[in-house]
Design a protein around this ligand. Structure first.
Ligand code: SF4
Length: 959
């Protein structure tokens, strides 16, 4: 039964019939066990902690209390909350019951947001390390010294000697400015958290059907008849989304969870499949084997909308139930039950998270998931789709418009087309921009050379190799000599001991963050190290994109505490010192030494045509926040009122200019709707044919399209051929001539295509066969550190490569040695509900830190008994590359025999030593512990440089 919200003011009956009665949003929460505790989602905040959290004292109890709606700064669900502010002090918070994304619910982290408003554990002032001790300095001194040092390194070694991490915690405007900052400095050496959480997803799904994002939404899972989750523990990582899954289950949706670990999510499943970590491709092919065997595939859908499924079928045929069981450990009968459940309960959605992405062949896993969904005909449908749960609050937005080393905002390529487009938007001369980059040529790894401006930068997963690798082996002029961590925790990256060495070798280290982070303490640096206090999300305004592609506007809740500054002000001050502020900030409204978020978003709107970030003007987004209660929970559509029929948060693509009033796209590639109602089809991005086969859709088009069949993406020439050119205004013609739907700044090409019901990006088939990837059809390859060395001969990894994202990268030479005897346990890692990311801000929050105080390893009783370890005992977990961590043992059957699990949020200890003394006074997190990544190992995806944190080896011994 669908949840249908009636358009009404409070009290708001929104859902009829779940239990045979109408319930309000408050009742919904009570039923979900979220706002008031209960057993529905284990690990949720107890009810007492989501009641009003008032400060102990307020300045003037009679002063007016302002209610300011904001968006949680932790995960990508995008929960709204209402901050109560009195005399500029954040004194309380209330659930935002009107939000269609969370209906007032919060998890522990969201309920503890107010601590951001008065935390004393932050870096309070600019700090500088002098002789190994932190000293307070002024902002002027910090900017001057950092700027002088950067300019001198640039002079000696070129602009690529600076590498910097931007942030998925920054707003869209903040992360966009970070990418622009790197471009104007003259480098592609920038990256952010998406590289190490979902880069394989982005590459995998974009290359399959068009856009690198979640196709549907958390809310749309209410429309699914089946939900299959692989490598996702939503009950802890996306708790408020879990409420929707549980609601769907109550409506009869079948829930299948596949995970090496019996998680809190698995505890709610109808079918749980435990498999060996690192074997997702055979697992999925094992399911698809039964689908093909029983002819459960959607043949008409495949004929019309999918290219290359015959090649997948040939690969799947090799994965008989016997071979799948030999490799994954899962029986044929178990996978037959999964296949039948999916076939009988369509549409169904596939959910995956970092358990599916963080692997040396993560892009193969992602594409195997895609192929299963395409075979079942589940993509482009309400209740279907690939619901890819992203991590941080704005990791989707930062991926879309932020600091990526291999593309420009809106996924424009770092080639002449992309740079020309953005220099037009930025109003700078392309030659001037090019002259900012290194003027040498870089080895392209294929026997030729490339311009630095067109060469993908060093990724966050490998920055340490950019520092440590022999200079002769790196494809840039010099090693990385300076690093700037701007909203990024280093303990989320693998190979901790090597990272320590990299930090120590740098000539300059700058950390820009509200908290010191592990970057401040991991190393033994003595000089040339700075901490700059950045404002939190609640001390600056801007937009943020939830995992479902909806944009939400955050108003500023409070003024920055202490000497914290917003990201945009820091960017402005640094750019001024470095000499490019006039060019970089010329299009903005500058107030109080920084650009307004509204003016930055307008520039994003003016340039980001590829993914439809053009229609979400600041005014439209603010209207959506104001009218949240108008939106239906299951469709996210406004029912009546000023935003009638618009989708909440105008999820991208929201094509054309804001004036065109595109409603946003709730479900991508859905041909049952008109393009102006958010409908669509698969994208044409790879030509119209390949080796004689047609790549355009056949017999399928979106509702109302005047071209009834496949068609290529729109350009000025196509409009002319169709006879639609004269529908452009003279001004539009002048701009659009010779351009395409992605580079026409007038929006005329998009407007006219959509007027005829057509999709600006064409109408093509999805690609099951991705010929430009190392494995065009996903194949299994054993992990570099595998417990099944006997399978390496049959399923070997890749050959090493001399140049990949500027660095030599090893696969076979690592896999050449069998470590499984010395290190017999598979080591996998994941999240906890109490903490987020590297964990610094949540472990510095007393209300959260209290809930989970010790870093631990989950170990099966049999493995614990083998080495005589008791529950609660202190142990060493040792990795095969020499990293070791001293932690507590949690003896449990959650993990199967042969596998151990650690959470990845801890930091502040290193190989048995507490680093407390290294933090600036008063800023150490309340809870510290070993970083799991001190013990993780080498291994990178061959498409994106995603790191391997889900399948490596270790041993556990008593400490
Ligand atoms: Fe919602 Fe995620 Fe924040 Fe929890 S962390 S309150 S689920 S946005």
């Amino acid at each position: 039964m669908k949840l249908v919200k009636k358009n009404a003011a409070a009290p708001k009956p929104i859902m009829a019939g779940l239990l045979g009665k109408t319930v309000s949003r408050r009742a919904f929460l009570r039923g979900s066990g979220l706002a008031v505790g209960g057993a529905a989602v284990a690990g949720m905040m107890p009810g007492t902690m989501v009641k009003k959290a008032r400060a102990a004292r307020s300045i003037d109890p009679k002063a007016e209390i302002k209610q300011i709606k904001t968006v949680c700064g932790h995960c990508s669900v995008g929960c709204s909350t209402i901050a109560e502010v009195q005399n500029g002090v954040w004194i309380g918070q209330e659930p935002a019951f009107d939000s269609p994304l969370n209906l007032g619910a919060h998890c522990a982290k969201g309920a503890a947001l107010r601590n951001h408003g008065h935390s004393k554990r932050r870096v309070k002032y600019p700090m500088k390390m002098v002789g190994g001790k932190w000293e307070r300095i002024s902002w002027d001194q910090a900017i001057n010294e950092i700027g002088d040092k950067l300019l001198s390194i640039r002079e000696e070694s070129g602009p690529d000697a600076l590498w910097f991490a931007g942030s998925s915690k920054a707003s869209n405007e903040g992360s966009y400015l970070q990418r622009k900052f790197a471009a104007f400095w003259g480098s592609n050496n920038c990256d952010h958290q998406a590289r190490i959480c979902h880069s394989t997803t982005v590459a995998g799904v974009a290359n399959t059907w068009g856009y690198g994002a979640m196709t549907n939404s958390y809310n749309d899972m209410l429309n699914a008849k089946s939900i299959i989750m692989c490598g996702s523990n939503a009950a802890e990582a996306h708790p408020v989304a879990m409420q929707l899954i549980l609601r769907a289950k109550e409506q009869g949706t079948k829930l299948i969870v596949m995970d090496p670990r019996f998680t809190r999510t698995a505890a709610h499943s109808d079918i749980y499949v435990r498999f060996r970590s690192g074997t997702d491709v055979p697992l999925i092919w094992g399911i698809l084997w039964h689908v093909f065997e029983n002819r459960w595939e959607d043949t008409e859908y495949i004929r019309q909308r999918v290219y290359g499924m015959d090649k997948v079928r040939a690969e799947v045929a090799k994965w008989t139930p016997q071979e799948v069981e030999r490799v994954t450990g899962v029986s044929g009968d178990a996978l037959l039950e999964v296949a039948r459940t999916l076939a009988e309960n369509r549409p169904g959605t596939f959910v995956w998270c970092m358990g599916g992405t963080q692997h040396t062949i993560g892009s193969n896993y992602v594409r195997a998931y895609n192929c299963l969904q395409l075979a079942l005909g589940n993509i482009g449908k309400e209740g279907g789709g690939a619901n890819i749960f992203r991590g941080h609050d704005n990791v989707q937005g930062a991926t879309d418009v932020g600091p990526n080393p291999d593309n420009l905002p809106g996924y424009y390529p770092i080639n002449n087309v992309g740079w020309t487009h953005w220099s037009r938007v930025w109003g700078v001369d392309l030659d001037w921009l090019q002259n900012r980059f290194d003027q040498t040529e870089y080895d392209d790894g294929k026997g030729g050379t490339m311009k630095p401006m067109n060469t993908g930068g060093i990724t966050v997963s490998r920055w340490i190799d950019g520092v440590l690798e022999d200079k002769a082996n790196i494809s840039q002029r010099d090693n990385i000599r300076a690093a700037m961590f701007w909203g990024h925790a280093p303990n989320s990256q693998t190979r901790g001991p090597e990272m320590k060495r990299a930090f120590e070798k740098l000539d300059l280290l700058v950390v820009i963050d509200p908290y010191p982070t592990v970057s401040a303490v991991l190393h033994d640096r003595k000089e040339n190290t700075y901490l700059l206090p950045a404002a939190t999300q609640f001390e600056q305004a801007g937009s943020v994109t939830a995992s479902n592609r909806s944009l939400q506007w955050r108003d500023k809740v409070i003024e920055p505490l202490y000497e914290h500054k917003p990201d945009s002000e820091i960017a402005y001050l640094l750019a001024k010192k470095l000499g490019f502020a006039d060019e970089m900030f010329k299009n903005y409204d500058i107030q109080n030494n920084m650009p307004t978020a509204e003016s930055v978003l307008r520039e994003i709107n003016r340039g980001t045509w590829t993914i439809g970030y053009t229609g979400q003007s600041p005014e439209r987004l603010k209207e959506h926040m104001k009218n949240q209660r108008h939106f239906d929970v299951a469709t996210l559509k406004a029912q009546g009122g000023p935003l009638d029929n618009e989708t909440y948060g105008l999820p991208w693509p929201c094509y054309g200019t804001a004036e065109l009033k595109h409603p946003g796209t709730h479900v991508l590639y859905d041909p049952s709707k008109h393009i102006m109602e958010g409908g669509g089809n698969f994208r044409n991005a790879f030509g119209t044919e390949y080796q004689g086969e047609n790549l355009l859709a056949e017999g399928s088009w979106s509702k109302g399209a005047e071209i009834q069949g496949g068609y290529p993406q729109f350009t000025a020439d196509i409009l002319k051929q169709l006879g639609w050119w004269d529908e452009l205004t003279p001004e539009e013609k002048a701009e659009a001539d010779g351009r395409s739907w992605t580079t026409d700044l007038s929006g005329g090409i998009q407007r006219v295509a959509m007027k005829h019901g057509c999709h600006p990006f064409g109408n093509a088939k999805a690609r099951a066969h991705v010929w430009n990837f190392p494995d065009p059809i996903p194949v299994h390859r054993e992990p570099l550190y595998t417990p099944r060395y006997d399978l390496v001969a049959d399923y070997p990894t890749y050959d090493d490569r001399k140049v990949f994202y500027r660095l030599p990268t090893r696969w076979k030479s690592v896999q050449a040695k069998d470590y499984s005897k010395e290190f017999p346990l598979v080591h996998t890692s994941g999240r906890l509900v109490e903490y987020e990311g590297g964990g610094e801000e949540t472990r510095s929050n007393p209300w959260l830190a209290e809930l989970k105080q010790d870093m631990f390893v989950e170990i099966n009783p049999a493995d614990a008994n083998d080495v005589n370890i008791k529950d609660g005992q202190t142990v060493w977990l040792e990795g095969p590359e020499g990293g070791r961590i001293k932690i507590k043992a949690l003896v449990t059957t959650r993990v199967g025999r042969g596998t151990v699990f650690t959470p990845f949020h801890f930091g502040g200890h290193f190989q048995g030593q507490d680093l407390l003394d290294k933090y600036p006074e008063g800023s150490a997190p309340y809870t510290r512990g070993e970083s799991t990544n001190t013990a993780t190992t080498y291994g990178y995806d061959a498409v994106t440089m995603m790191q391997e944190t889900k399948t490596t080896l270790c041993r556990v011994v008593p400490a």
